[in-house]
Ligand binder design. Structure first.
Ligand SMILES: *[C@@H]1O[C@H](CO)[C@@H](O)[C@H](O)[C@H]1NC(C)=O
Ligand SMILES: *[C@@H]1O[C@H](CO)[C@@H](O)[C@H](O)[C@H]1NC(C)=O
Ligand SMILES: *[C@@H]1O[C@H](CO)[C@@H](O)[C@H](O)[C@H]1NC(C)=O
Ligand SMILES: *[C@@H]1O[C@H](CO)[C@@H](O)[C@H](O)[C@H]1NC(C)=O
Ligand SMILES: *[C@@H]1O[C@H](CO)[C@@H](O)[C@H](O)[C@H]1NC(C)=O
Length: 480
């Protein structure tokens, strides 16, 4: 059976909050008892369908396993179950909104939906296709960008109001354009201008939320940015075959049979297959999808044994912060070990497809922790990825943003942690300064202090002799 069904009634905002704090089973049981007249078997946590007597007012809490496999308390409501002797019919009343995840809000709406872009409104019909009228009068304010608890990011995200189209209310706008495909509303605002955030906050979530539509979905983008859209066009056009709409500018009232507002999110720059039991997505599905989107040829690195080709090393260059001071010396040493070396700064070339092909042609990629490393998504599986970790308590950030994703992409992960002597900080602070002796104390001053000292004002001068074994290890991994 496709869904885990949970009985409950439609929770009010206040009740949702309560439910977030208390034991799932207890709360749901109470909710069930207060809302149903006849229940043969409260069946949360089982997959068997409860038999209910007909009652058009009944609602069931129905949780799409893909949205919330591990948190049953998340809200999403509404299947009317009608028993007609042994026949069970289900009529889904929507929206089904999940607003309890710490990272994203999402509403999935079926029926007759009107979207008025200019007022950022999504109006849902309270009358189901089967003619059953819902008494719901609920609204949701959704910021469709998967970084919900980050206020600085969310300030840069437009809010979409999902509200009912009440019968008899003639002030509501009428449809001017009808569509017969699903629509998905998401934001290209927030931090999406940064390559890492573009992937972790938007593109991976977009893949998770839209891939199973097989391109039969139209993207309505709020906080539209033409440069951003064209930069990621190969990816977007592989997820949707319809023109992308700048929804904030739309005067027309667009009407769709299905709309999803917001994107699902699992973990930074990766996919957790356990949270995707329905579609079985993993991060390798995403990277394979990228190879298709950019027509990338290689799905494995160079064969070294007996092969005549040199392994190719990409040194990801940065020019403003966290730059390699001695790129030339690193390249020279790598060449001496038998690498063909390419030094490139991402984002400089306007031709994203050419850049993607260049990355995919490499067998080893190395660089200082930073957004440019996001290009690891384009490497062939089993290639080697070397993260150079700058000085100063950044291990956690480095692990979450690139190490774990790299492993999920089936890349071989190596890291090189620099010493004080390889950091430009040595010219700014005495060796007995807290910056060297006690990075934790800097971290305790908050993200901004950490960022100022270690991310925005540090360059890296690799000790090539100390680094040599890491590049040798990479060769060894390519041999395996
Ligand atoms: C629906 O809810 C809104 C906001 O809570 C309220 O202003 C409005 O009067 C309600 N409408 C009906 C028909 O209940
Ligand atoms: C929408 O159409 C209905 C029926 O044709 C009409 O009565 C109503 O005034 C229209 N609403 C608006 C906002 O134009
Ligand atoms: C949508 O409409 C187009 C043309 O109006 C039609 O060719 C297509 O089959 C329709 N698709 C669906 C899923 O109804
Ligand atoms: C995801 O990848 C696995 C393993 O390669 C494959 O079996 C599965 O079909 C892929 N799923 C999708 C939706 O592409
Ligand atoms: C850094 O350089 C100093 C002075 O040359 C030396 O004494 C120290 O051992 C070096 N530290 C490391 C970790 O290499």
């Amino acid at each position: 059976m496709e869904y885990n069904k949970i009985l409950a009634r439609s929770f009010s905002q206040h009740e949702q909050k309560k439910i977030g704090y208390c034991a799932i089973g207890v709360c749901l049981a109470i909710a069930v008892l207060t809302s149903f007249t006849v229940i043969s078997k409260p069946s949360y946590l089982t997959t068997s369908l409860p038999i209910l007597n007909y009652n058009a007012g009944l609602r069931m809490l129905s949780i799409d396993e893909d949205t919330s496999s591990n948190s049953l308390q998340r809200l999403s409501v509404d299947v009317v179950t009608v028993t007609d002797n042994r026949m069970i019919q289900e009529i889904k009343l929507t929206p089904v909104c999940d607003v309890l995840d710490p990272r994203f809000d999402i509403c999935e709406i079926d029926g007759h939906i009107r979207i008025q872009g200019k007022s950022s409104s999504v109006l849902y019909s309270t009358l189901s296709a089967e003619g059953i009228s819902s008494t719901r009068n609920e609204s949701w304010r959704i910021k469709p960008y998967a970084r919900k608890s980050d206020n600085s990011a969310m300030k840069l995200v437009n809010e979409i109001l999902v509200k009912p189209l009440l019968k008899n209310d003639l002030s509501h706008p009428n449809c001017t354009t009808y569509h017969n495909v699903s629509a998905m509303i998401f934001s290209a605002g927030g931090y999406a201008g940064n390559h890492f955030h573009a992937y972790t906050d938007v593109l991976v979530p977009l893949f998770l939320t839209s891939h199973h539509f097989n391109q039969q979905v139209q993207f309505l983008v709020t906080d539209f940015n033409p440069y951003w859209i064209s930069k990621y066009k190969p990816i977007l056009s592989h997820l949707s075959k319809f023109p992308i709409v700048d929804i904030d500018k739309e005067n027309d009232v667009h009407c769709y049979p299905k709309v999803i507002v917001g994107l699902k999110f699992h973990k930074d720059l990766t996919i957790d297959p356990l949270k995707s039991p329905k579609h079985h997505y993993s991060m390798t599905n995403f990277t394979q999808f990228l190879r298709e989107s950019y027509s990338l040829k290689r799905s494995s690195p160079v064969k070294l044994r007996g092969g005549k080709k040199l392994p190719r090393l990409l040194i990801v260059s940065r020019k403003r912060t966290r730059k390699f001071i001695n790129e030339g010396a690193i390249a020279k040493m790598a060449t001496s070990l038998g690498y063909e070396v390419i030094v490139e700064e991402p984002g400089v070339t306007k031709d994203a497809t050419r850049f993607a092909q260049m990355v995919n042609s490499c067998d080893v990629m190395m660089g200082v922790h930073g957004a440019g490393l996001t290009n690891l998504v384009l490497l062939p599986p089993n290639a080697v990825f070397i993260q150079v970790i700058p000085w100063g308590g950044l291990e956690w950030v480095c692990r979450v943003s690139f190490e774990e994703p790299a492993k999920d992409m089936k890349l071989k992960y190596l890291e090189y942690k620099i010493t004080e002597n390889e950091s430009s900080l040595i010219q700014q602070y005495p060796l007995d300064h807290a910056v060297f002796k006690d990075p934790v104390s800097i971290k305790k001053q908050g993200w901004h202090a950490l960022r100022f000292v270690y991310l925005d004002n540090q360059d890296v001068k690799i000790n090539v002799e100390r680094f040599r074994p890491t590049l040798l290890k990479a060769l060894e991994l390519l041999h395996m």
